[in-house]
Write a protein that binds this ligand. Structure first.
Ligand SMILES: Cc1cc2nc3c(=O)[nH]c(=O)nc-3n(C[C@H](O)[C@H](O)[C@H](O)COP(=O)(O)O)c2cc1C
Length: 439
């Protein structure tokens, strides 16, 4: 049985290498041959563009021709994948997430239901088992529980029949670390479907409400101005402007490409009374560049007194808005770590069908209930109050029944694939290992 280790450590963190070294003999004893240890920070990986061309133009292959293709192939061709990462705001490192975002190519665009929620169907007939090992340097039960929840959700999305996860202490001695890894490898036979992990609830930060002078919208979608994120966040920003708040918008993906723009973004964040992050859900979490920015902000603000507030708008492709819960919990943990007052998050399901590529109010009646709720959110944020619970609940409601959403989504994918002349290849399996033919 073939195992692949993906090491998502950032530069300067030797923990991934240590774990890989201790784990390899333990896996051999279980009958696995560790075929590859991939240090992700050494790979050339462009960020996922959110274009879905890996489904609709070159089915199963990302249109970006870099190391992501080799990594997606290794992932699908393994019997066991082990992901190594420092626990980062209860989620993964940007290094690991940069690879995972590309793995959407390995599933089908069409839908299935798991545990009452929408997910994507299989592209391949067999998928790897999955093990996620995180580490932290100080014990943190909330982030540990969040990490387990994310690993479990990912195992569902990647169709891993068996999966296991755990968080170890990076400062543990080799003997203590080995004992923890032994315990994890002993449990490799756990069935994913049966091993649900709860997500801890994280409250908004209290504190004194104060009037806003300025608000900065950070758009976390690679589709930038044409994204559902920008449409939703843009509407909220307009309402804040109407209440006398000065506003600015920065697209994270654009700013992260260029050192000067990146610096200007960090300075704008320092100046803002309120930052509103509007982002799409990617593989049950935030897109890699957004996690990367969060890590930079935390480092930049370490040791400084708390300043400013933070709120977030998440939108996901599936109709169930609750699928955004982990990503919003990550936002809350980030805010606390960066000394920002957490004013809460909004989760919207079916963002692709609701507003994609259009101004928020253009889709007409569908967005009306959302409009009123966003107006309420703007009123609260304008005076430094948290997102009102009533508005949060209104925004979380599906705008159409789940079955209709899945049906309409499937029709859309087929139409676009037909336009690209690849309707028949939608189920292509480019990374399948070809069986040896006798004779
Ligand atoms: C790489 C990738 C991963 C995604 N993962 C998820 C997911 O785990 N759950 C989900 O509901 N939608 C997922 N989506 C769908 C997006 O969240 C959805 O299309 C969203 O509306 C895009 O918003 P935007 O226009 O602001 O980028 C994913 C999309 C991409 C491109």
């Amino acid at each position: 049985m073939k195992a692949t280790i993906f090491d998502g450590s950032p530069a300067g963190d030797p923990t991934g290498e240590r774990i890989a070294g201790l784990l390899t003999p333990l896996l051999s004893a279980k009958g696995y041959e560790v075929k590859h240890i991939v240090v992700l920070r050494d790979k050339t990986l462009g960020h996922c563009r959110g274009c879905f061309q890996c489904w609709l133009k070159t089915p199963g292959i990302c249109v970006i021709d870099d190391d992501n293709r080799e990594l997606s192939a290794k992932f699908i061709q393994s019997d066991l994948v082990i992901m190594l990462t420092p626990v980062t705001f209860g989620a993964y490192s940007p290094e690991l997430k940069g690879m995972l975002d590309h793995l959407i190519a390995n599933v089908s665009p069409f839908f299935t239901t798991v545990n009452g929620e929408s997910h994507h169907r299989k592209r391949y007939s067999r998928y790897t088992d999955l093990m996620a090992i995180g580490w932290n340097d100080t014990p943190d039960e909330t982030q540990k529980a969040m990490f387990r929840h994310l690993a479990w959700r990912n195992a569902i999305n990647f169709h891993s029949e068996r999966s296991n996860w755990g968080v170890v202490r990076s400062e543990a001695s080799d003997a203590a670390l080995k004992a923890q890894l032994e315990a994890l490898t002993r449990n490799l036979d756990r069935t994913t479907a049966k091993s649900g992990e709860a997500l801890p609830r994280i409250a908004v930060t209290g504190g004194v409400a104060s009037e806003l002078r300025n608000a900065l919208q950070l758009v976390g979608s690679p589709r930038m101005a044409t994204s559902s994120s920008a449409a939703l966040g843009g509407y909220l920003l307009q309402q804040l402007e109407a209440q006398g708040v000065a506003t600015e918008t920065i697209c994270i993906h654009k700013a992260m490409r260029d050192a000067e723009k990146r610096q200007a973004m960090l300075e704008a964040i320092d100046r803002a009374d309120l930052c509103i992050l509007a982002f799409p859900l990617y593989i049950d979490s935030l897109p890699a560049p957004v996690l990367s920015l969060m890590r930079t902000i935390r480092e930049r603000r370490a040791g400084l007194p708390p300043k400013g507030a933070f709120a977030a708008i998440a939108n996901c492709g599936f109709i169930e808005s609750r699928q955004n819960a982990h990503a919003l919990a990550t936002c809350a943990i980030f805010a606390e770590a960066a000394g920002l007052r957490w004013l809460g998050g909004i989760a919207i399901g079916g963002g692709e069908g609701l507003v994609h590529g259009q101004e928020f109010l253009k889709p007409g009646r569908m967005t009306i209930p959302y409009k009123h709720a966003l107006d309420q959110v703007a009123e609260a944020l304008a005076v430094g109050k948290p997102v009102p619970e009533e508005a949060r609940q209104q925004l979380a409601k599906p705008f159409i029944p789940a079955w209709l959403h899945r049906f309409a989504g499937s029709m859309r994918w087929k139409k676009e694939a037909r336009r690209n002349g690849v309707e028949r290849e939608l189920g292509a399996q480019p990374y399948r290992i070809q069986e040896m033919r006798a004779g």
